[in-house]
Design a protein around this ligand. Structure first.
Ligand code: MN
Length: 151
C-alpha cells in the first residue's frame, strides 16, 4: 500500500520516513493535519486506517465551522510514522517545502462505506462530527470533507 508513496520519494534526499512493514494495527485511532508549504500551500488530512495513513490534500484547509465543506483530493497512503513528521522537504524532491503539524488528535470511526466515512475528531482545531464524502459521480480522487451541522 506504500508503493506509490515510496516511488515518489528519494529517501537519501528527504527526511520523510520510509515506513516500516505494516504491523498489526494498534487500538488507537489518530488523525493529523499537516500544513504543507509546497508549490501550492495546502493542508494534508490523514487518518490511521488499515495500517497506513489514508491521506487527502485540502487546498483551502479543513472546515472548522458547522456546515462548511471543502474539496479533499485523495493522495497516496502514507506510513504511520508520518503522523509525527515535520520538516523541510528539499528542493527538487516530491512535495518540496515546509511541513508542519497543524492539528492532531484521536478520532472515532462512526461508519465507513465506499462513499461515506463518518468520524468524530478530537483535535485542538478540528473537533466534533465530520464526514468524508465521495459521490460516485465525482472524479476518482475527489472527496468532500464536511463538518456536520449541530442539531
Ligand atoms: Mn502535501
Amino acid at each position: 500500500m506504500l508503493d506509490e508513496y515510496r516511488q515518489k520519494r528519494n529517501f537519501k534526499r528527504t527526511s520523510e520516513p520510509k515506513g516500516q512493514k505494516v504491523k498489526k494495527e494498534k487500538g488507537q485511532l489518530i488523525f493529523v493535519v499537516h500544513e504543507h508549504h509546497a508549490k501550492n500551500l495546502h493542508w494534508d488530512f490523514r487518518l490511521v486506517m488499515d495500517g497506513v495513513l489514508k491521506s487527502w490534500a485540502i487546498p483551502k484547509g479543513p472546515p472548522t465551522k458547522p456546515g462548511e465543506k471543502r474539496l479533499a483530493i485523495q493522495v497516496e497512503d502514507h506510513p504511520l510514522e508520518y503522523a509525527d513528521f515535520e520538516g523541510r522537504i528539499p528542493k527538487s524532491q516530491y512535495g518540496a517545502g515546509e511541513v508542519k503539524i497543524w492539528d492532531h488528535g484521536g478520532y472515532e470511526l462512526i461508519s465507513k462505506k465506499p462513499e461515506t466515512i463518518e468520524l468524530i475528531l478530537h483535535g485542538r482545531r478540528l473537533h466534533g462530527e465530520y464526514i468524508l464524502f465521495h459521490p460516485q459521480k465525482f472524479e476518482a480522487k475527489s472527496w468532500l470533507l464536511l463538518k456536520k451541522k449541530q442539531l
